[in-house]
Design a protein around this ligand. Structure first.
Ligand code: UD1
Length: 411
C-alpha cells in the first residue's frame, strides 16, 4: 500500500485498485462531562487508523458551553487532549440561547470542514445542538452514550437525549438498557452498537496517575458531595434543607464538597440562610485527577451527577444519588448506587449504614453497601470498539474503485 496526501491506495490480488479517501471525523464537546468521554475516542480513532493505514483527519470543536479554567482548561491538560481546532465561545445563557448559539456558530464550521462523521457526546445542550445542525446538513452523526433514559422529561438532559438519538446515524450505548430504550423508540437495530462506557476508559487509564493527586490535608474518613442539578440547586428552600442535612451529617463524618459554579451562585444567594456551617468543607471544582482520587478514597459519595454514579460503581464506592430517578439504572442493579430521591430521611438512613460500619472500625475502602458486580463492557476498551465500528462504516462508503488492472502494477 502507498499513500498520497489525502488518499491511500490499496491493490488487491484480483487486480482492482481501491482508492480510500482521507476520512474526516469531527468531535463536538462543550461541557465538563464531555471531555473525559471524547478523549479516549480521539485516541482510539488515531491508533486504529494507524493500524489500518487509513488516513484520518480529526477536528475537535469546543462549543465553549463551559469556559472556566476549572471547568474546562484543566481537563484538556490532564486528559492530554489536543487543543480544540475551533472554540465557539458560546458561554452561558438560557437553554434556548445556549442551544441556538451553538447551532449558529457550528453551522459554518461544518459547512467549511465537511466531515464524514460528527461525533457528539452525552446529553448536554451542545450535544443536541450540534446533532440538529448536522442532521439538516445531511452530515452523519454518531452519538456516544446513546440510549440512556431517566423517563423524566422535566430534566433538560432527557430532552437532549431523546432528540439526539432520534436523529443520529450511529448510536453507541454504554449498557443493554440503552439498546432496549432505543428499540422501544423505533430506532433501527442496525444503527445501535453496544460498546460499553467510554468514561470508564478514561478512569481505567488515569486511575494510577490519580493516586498521586490526592489533595493534602483531606481529613479521613469523609463523604464526598457534588450537587448541580437544577432540581436540587435552583429550588432554594430545598437546597437549604439539603445543606442543613449535610451539615448535620458532618458531625459524624467529614464532608468534602467541591462546588459547581451554578451551585456556588445559589449558595451565595442564600447567604447566611444557606444552612452551612464550618464543618462542611466547600472547595472549588476539582480537576479530573484530583476528583478521581477523592472518589477513590471516599467512604461514601453523595451526588446528583450521572457520571459519578457510574464512576463510583466501577470503583466500588457507595453512592447515594439525590434524585428520584436515574438514566443509569445499571448503577443500581449492578453498581453501588442507591437513589434516595428528595427524601432527607432516606439520605440520613442510608448514610447512617456507612457511618455505623466506619465507627465499628471498618476502613473506608472496606465499607459494603451494596456489593457491586462488574458491568459488562465497562472494561477500558469501549473507545476501541467505537473506533472499529466508525472506521468500518465510514471507510466502506469512501472506497472508490479507481481502476481494474490487467497485469498487476498499480497506478
Ligand atoms: C451542564 C449540563 C449538565 C451537566 C453539567 C456538568 C446541560 C443542559 N446541562 O449543566 O447536563 O451535568 O453541565 O457540569 O447542558 N458556569 C460557570 N463557568 C463555567 C460554566 C458554567 O460559571 O465554565 C455557570 C454559569 O453561570 C452558568 C451555570 O454555571 O449559567 C450553569 O452552566 P450550564 O452550562 O448552563 O449548565 P450546567 O449546570 O453546568
Amino acid at each position: 500500500m502507498f499513500k498520497f496526501s489525502c488518499y491511500s491506495y490499496k491493490r488487491i490480488q484480483s487486480g482492482f485498485v481501491f482508492r480510500i479517501q482521507l476520512m474526516h471525523t469531527l468531535h463536538v464537546v462543550g461541557a465538563r462531562p464531555n471531555f473525559m468521554k471524547a478523549a479516549p475516542v480521539l485516541r482510539a480513532l488515531e491508533a486504529h487508523s494507524k493500524t489500518l493505514q487509513i488516513p484520518l483527519r480529526q477536528t475537535l470543536v469546543h462549543t465553549g458551553q463551559h469556559y472556566d479554567a476549572a471547568m474546562s482548561g484543566v481537563f484538556f491538560q490532564q486528559l492530554e487532549m489536543p487543543k480544540p481546532d475551533f472554540n465557539l465561545g458560546v458561554g452561558s445563557g438560557t437553554h434556548a440561547q445556549q442551544t441556538a448559539a451553538v447551532m449558529l456558530a457550528i453551522e459554518p464550521v461544518l459547512l467549511e470542514s465537511k466531515p464524514d462523521l460528527v461525533l457528539v457526546y452525552g446529553d448536554v445542550n451542545s450535544t443536541v445542538a450540534a446533532a440538529m445542525v448536522c442532521s439538516k446538513l445531511g452530515i452523519r452523526v454518531g452519538h456516544v452514550e446513546a440510549g440512556l433514559r431517566s423517563g423524566d422529561r422535566t430534566m433538560p438532559e432527557e430532552i437532549n437525549r431523546l432528540l439526539t438519538d432520534q436523529i443520529s446515524d450511529l448510536l453507541f450505548t454504554p449498557s443493554p438498557d440503552g439498546d432496549e430504550n432505543l428499540l422501544r423508540e423505533g430506532i433501527d437495530r442496525a444503527k445501535i452498537h453496544h460498546v460499553g462506557n467510554v468514561m470508564i476508559d478514561t478512569l481505567v487509564r488515569l486511575l494510577p496517575r490519580a493516586e498521586q493527586h490526592f489533595l493534602s490535608g483531606i481529613p479521613t474518613p469523609y463523604a464526598l458531595v457534588t450537587l448541580h442539578r437544577p432540581a436540587n440547586v435552583d429550588d432554594l428552600p430545598w437546597l437549604r434543607e439539603l445543606l442543613e442535612t449535610l451539615a448535620d451529617l458532618s458531625s459524624q463524618l467529614h464532608i468534602i464538597f467541591p462546588v459547581h459554579p451554578r451551585t456556588r451562585q445559589r449558595i451565595d444567594h442564600l447567604g447566611s440562610q444557606s444552612g452551612l456551617n464550618g464543618r462542611l468543607r466547600l472547595m472549588e471544582p476539582q480537576p479530573y485527577l484530583e476528583f478521581l482520587a477523592l472518589q477513590r478514597h471516599a467512604a461514601i459519595v453523595i451526588t446528583d451527577s450521572g457520571g459519578i454514579q457510574e464512576e463510583t460503581s466501577f470503583l466500588g464506592v457507595p453512592c447515594l444519588t439525590v434524585r428520584e430517578n436515574t438514566e443509569r439504572p445499571i448503577t443500581t442493579s449492578h453498581g453501588t448506587n442507591q437513589l434516595v430521591g428528595r427524601d432527607l430521611n432516606r439520605l440520613r438512613e442510608a448514610a447512617a449504614v456507612i457511618i455505623k460500619q466506619i465507627s465499628n472500625g471498618r476502613a473506608s475502602s472496606q465499607v459494603k453497601f451494596p456489593e457491586a458486580s462488574r458491568v459488562p463492557l465497562w472494561d477500558g476498551h469501549a473507545a476501541e470498539r467505537i473506533a472499529k465500528i466508525v472506521m468500518t462504516k465510514i471507510v466502506v462508503t469512501k472506497i472508490v474503485v479507481t481502476k481494474i488492472i490487467a497485469s498487476g502494477s498499480a497506478e
